[in-house]
Design a binder for this molecule. Structure first.
Ligand code: SAH
Ligand code: SF4
Ligand code: F3S
Length: 470
């Protein structure tokens, strides 16, 4: 009998935002072509990659404690004659470069987000005994080189998928490392986006989330010869058969143009949920953050979006304790939250990041004050989220079934508003959209009952999206 094929195995641990999740999948694809099979067990991997996040100090420090554990594992493997290669990718790699290998000698490889297409070559360098560090900024090259997988190679990753359409950021909010770790704003061309969207649809994806650090700054030359923004692009992507649901993240308030707002009104496939970070409700703090808009501008924008799509659920990011934030500034943030009414929100204590302008500002807010403000803010948004989720009870809604649930015979899906929904349904319903009546809210999960006709008898939700395209 032939010996079983021994393939090299790669384990990737992903930190940070959806962009990193997407990049990890693409690295998995690129390495598959190089003979690596993915594994979810770090202790059996020949190559361990940490795809890292630099956004807050805590996120960056996690990497070093993980590298401490990996050093022990690598030494154990070496004793049994197995060599493990250790790499750091992502935003810490970009920000700290060779410094990482100095601080953690276990690291063989440091690769920034713009250089993943060079991974196979860099692994070759490591194999020949060199330490490889690459943090060049050539983002266009990344877009040109990475979407290599052919139609047949694209592995199905389930019912939902991310697709990066834009990378980098030119906004330079004074607290943020992203413009430094991800470089200048670059939009991916329409043809490449449509090609990847079609491949994902063919592989069984029903819900596509378009990604970008500033996704609504995306722009490109349209197929009709006109300049397109994200609104036009969404209409075009919705024509692809199979893609029943579209989302996009993360948006900047200043880039919400009329065409995009109109898409929320006219494009049924565009789900009624929008992550629109505002960070603060104080004009003084917004100015110090370089957000380039006032609290009232944001509230007017929310009104326009709600006029286009009245049932839209909004979410946001908030930072408490930005340098100089007074109690009055913080209360302005609470007032903005009261006025907008969020379906969910993410909130963070300010973390000074090396190299950012805010890190040089006076007026540091005490840790205890930050903790107290964060708790008050979270209590308010939690109450709003709970009230929002409660309005779902008793309603009938479309649920996209994504995976088996915890209970026997149960599936987990998502509502149009991104709420998790648990429903008793047969496994063959995964990948389909069902009509569900919501019976209860159990902590943060909706629990419902399937009320639609059997699979196949129900027309695909949003089947008419193509008719409404421009
Ligand atoms: N591009 C997105 C945000 C990317 S970072 C946008 O503009 O909204 C995700 C969130 O992390 C930010 O919205 C912000 O709330 C938070 N964040 C970024 N830098 C931070 C810092 N230095 N300290 C605390 N939170 C931060
Ligand atoms: Fe960071 Fe601001 Fe750019 Fe968002 S818009 S990535 S917060 S600099
Ligand atoms: Fe973190 Fe980089 Fe994303 S810093 S949030 S992984 S862009």
């Amino acid at each position: 009998m032939a010996a079983p094929e021994t393939k090299k195995r790669v384990y990737i641990k992903t930190y940070g935002c959806q962009m990193n999740v997407y990049d990890s999948e693409r690295m998995t694809d690129a390495l598959a072509a190089d003979g690596f099979a993915p594994t979810d067990r770090m202790d059996e991997a020949d190559l361990v990659l940490l795809n890292t996040c630099h956004i807050r100090e805590k996120a960056a420090e996690k990497v070093y404690s993980e590298l401490g554990r990996i050093r022990v594992m690598k030494e154990e493997a070496a004793r049994s004659g197995r060599n493990v290669t250790v790499g750091v990718t992502g935003c810490v790699a970009q920000a700290e470069g060779a410094e990482i290998a100095r601080r953690a000698p276990v690291v063989d490889l440091v690769v920034g987000p713009q250089s993943y297409q060079h991974l196979p070559r860099l692994l070759g360098e490591v194999a020949s005994g060199r330490r490889a560090v690459e943090t060049e900024f050539a983002i266009e090259e990344k877009f040109a080189a990475l979407p290599k997988a052919t139609r047949s190679q694209t592995r199905s990753r389930g019912v939902t998928a991310f697709l990066t359409i834009q990378e980098g950021c030119d906004k330079f909010c004074t607290f943020c490392v992203v413009p430094y770790t991800r470089g200048a704003e670059v939009s991916r061309p329409v043809a490449a986006i449509l090609d990847e969207a079609r491949r994902l649809a063919d592989a069984g994806v029903r819900e596509l989330t378009l990604l970008g650090q500033n996704v609504n700054a995306w722009h490109g030359a349209g197929e009709d010869g006109r300049a397109w923004g994200l609104g036009e692009l969404l209409f075009r992507i919705a024509e692809i058969p199979g893609l029943d649901r579209l989302r996009y993240t993360t948006s900047h308030p200043r880039d919400m143009d009329d065409a995009l707002i109109a898409a929320h009104r006219d494009l049924p496939a565009l789900m009624p949920y929008l992550h629109l970070p505002v960070q603060s409700g104080s004009d003084r703090i917004l100015a110090a953050m370089n957000r380039k808009h006032k609290a009232a501008d944001y509230i007017r924008l929310v009104e326009r979006i709600r006029a286009a799509r009245p049932d839209i659920a909004l979410s946001s990011d908030f930072i408490v304790g930005f340098p100089g934030e007074s109690e009055a500034d913080f209360e302005a943030t609470l007032r903005l939250i009261e006025e907008v009414g969020y379906g969910s929100a993410f909130s963070f204590k300010y973390s000074a990041r090396p190299g950012t302008p805010a890190a040089l500002k006076d007026g540091a807010v005490e840790e205890a004050v930050m903790a107290e403000r964060l708790a008050r803010l979270q209590a308010l948004v939690d109450a709003q989220a709970d009230a929002f989720n409660r309005t779902a009870v008793g309603r009938v809604m479309d649920v996209l079934f994504e995976k088996p649930g915890r209970g026997p015979g149960q599936l987990m899906g998502r509502s149009p508003w991104l709420q998790p929904v648990a429903v008793e349904a047969p496994p063959e319903r995964i990948g389909t959209i069902g009509r569900v009546v919501i019976d209860a809210l159990v902590t943060h999960t909706l629990v419902g009952t399937l009320v639609d006709p059997p699979a196949g008898a129900w027309p695909a939700q949003m089947a008419h999206s193509a008719e409404t395209a421009p």
